[in-house]
Structures are given as C-alpha cells and as structure tokens.
Design a protein around this ligand. Sequence first.
Ligand SMILES: [Cu+2]
Length: 69
Amino acid sequence: MALSFVVPDMSCGHCVAAITKAVKTIDPEASVDIDLATHHVTVNGTDEHAKIDAAIRDAGYTPSAPALK
Ligand SMILES: [Cu+2]
C-alpha cells in the first residue's frame, strides 16, 4: 500500500530529510519517496496514515492532502 501526502511547505533538502526522518520514526520499514518539485511525499510499506500525518506535522510541516488510502 502506498500513502500519499502533499506538503506545500516542503521546500529544500533539509525538509526532505526532516520529513523522511519523521516517517521513519513511525515505521522504520517504510520507504519514503519525495518529489520536491511537486511537494509529493509517497510512503510505501506502511498503513499508518494518521500517525505519519501527525509526525509530519510534529516536524513542522503541513500536509494538505486528504487522508487517502
Ligand atoms: Cu527546507
């Protein structure tokens, strides 16, 4: 299953690293694919959508995509 987030306030490599780390904190097995140009964050290998959404917010970013499964 792939979870998809859009994070408009993700703007540089630091953001990518911070969000990747936040996701890995929730599920170390998850793979994180981030497209900085389109602000898309795709997470494979986990179904912890709500927890990952919260972790991204805790890292200081604002996912705008609805909770799609
Ligand atoms: Cu940044």
